[in-house]
Design a binder for this molecule. Structure first.
Ligand SMILES: CCCCCCCCCCCCCCCC(=O)SCCNC(=O)CCNC(=O)[C@H](O)C(C)(C)COP(=O)(O)OP(=O)(O)OC[C@H]1O[C@@H](n2cnc3c(N)ncnc32)[C@H](O)[C@@H]1OP(=O)(O)O
Length: 249
């Protein structure tokens, strides 16, 4: 079982190193084409909904930024050929294990009803709408986040716990790409200015350093034009053996 979990994490890492065409990124079924299934470690088998694709709840700013980064996922050479760009969109599912090889078996043992916290609210736009892009060369990850009405903390503004969740999501995914299976050991957050509910913000994560099992990451949340700083954060992730999760830590 630990081996299967390990394959999941490795699968996630190898996805991020796959050459992805724009078509693959925009249309999830193509991601599961026979060609890519050969390349992937076959940890995904059916066609789960990819929550990081645009839906009707996305506002103009969310869509604009999505297009901005998505257009850099593939570039055209002078000869007219398409090739991998500097950014890569990361797909996002509500339940990784469901689609894993042997996932049903694993799910029953772990938690049959478990769903990813940020992807389990059915009403589109009500809570966490986000998409992540990774820049492997620059060791940077960007999250575009639109906060829905269910995330209210102070009247009209986003709950600090929801902001922390999104920071953990962006930096945690980034750390997984950089270092494989990790857990958040420390998350240090300074809230500088409130985020209006319904607005879209940028969450930028960058690698500070890696020391043995430790991956140190910095993150900031800003307005989409970067002029306003909402939140600053540093995070420490520790590489784990997946059996750590099965033992309950
Ligand atoms: C599945 C398919 C693919 C998935 C692809 C992703 C897709 C979906 C994306 C979602 C993304 C969401 C991302 C959420 C990520 C979480 O939210 S994880 C949940 C929250 N975190 C936890 O519950 C962790 C709880 N803590 C633990 O389990 C353990 O304390 C840890 C963190 C594993 C560390 O334990 P340990 O391995 O025994 O390490 P330990 O020997 O204590 O310490 C090792 C070193 O680290 C240092 N250290 C340990 N803790 C700390 C600390 N808090 N501060 C500073 N230093 C520390 C120690 O001092 C030591 O340093 P050295 O002496 O070696 O220099």
């Amino acid at each position: 079982m630990a081996g299967s979990l390990g394959r999941l994490f490795r699968g996630f890492q190898s996805f991020t190193s796959l050459p992805a065409t724009r078509a693959q990124l925009s249309h999830p079924p193509a991601f599961f084409s026979s060609r890519t299934m050969v390349t992937l470690p076959s940890f995904l088998s059916s066609k789960p909904r990819d929550f990081s694709l645009p839906n009707s709840s996305w506002g103009p700013e969310m869509l604009r930024l999505y297009e901005l980064y998505n257009s850099q996922c593939e570039v055209e050479t002078e000869g007219g050929e398409k090739q991998e760009g500097s950014w890569q969109r990361l797909p996002s599912y509500n339940r990784s294990l469901k689609f894993a090889t042997g996932g049903v078996y694993l799910s029953k043992i772990i938690q049959s009803k478990a769903r990813l916290f940020t992807r389990n609210i059915r009403e589109q736009g009500a809570a966490f709408e986000y998409v992540l892009f990774n820049n492997k060369e620059e060791q940077r990850c960007v999250g575009i986040f639109q906060a829905g009405h269910l995330l209210e903390g102070p009247p009209g503004h986003v709950h600090g716990g929801a902001i922390a969740t999104m920071i953990d999501t962006v930096t945690g995914t980034h750390a997984t790409i950089l270092s494989g299976p990790v857990m958040t050991a420390n998350l240090n957050i300074n809230y500088r200015s409130p985020i209006p509910l319904g607005s879209t913000v940028l969450i930028e994560s960058s690698l500070d350093t890696k020391e043995g099992r430790k991956t140190f990451i910095s993150c900031k949340v800003t307005s989409t034009d970067s002029s306003k700083l909402h939140t600053e954060s540093t995070a420490l992730f520790l590489s784990i053996n997946v059996s750590h999760l099965l033992r309950g830590g």
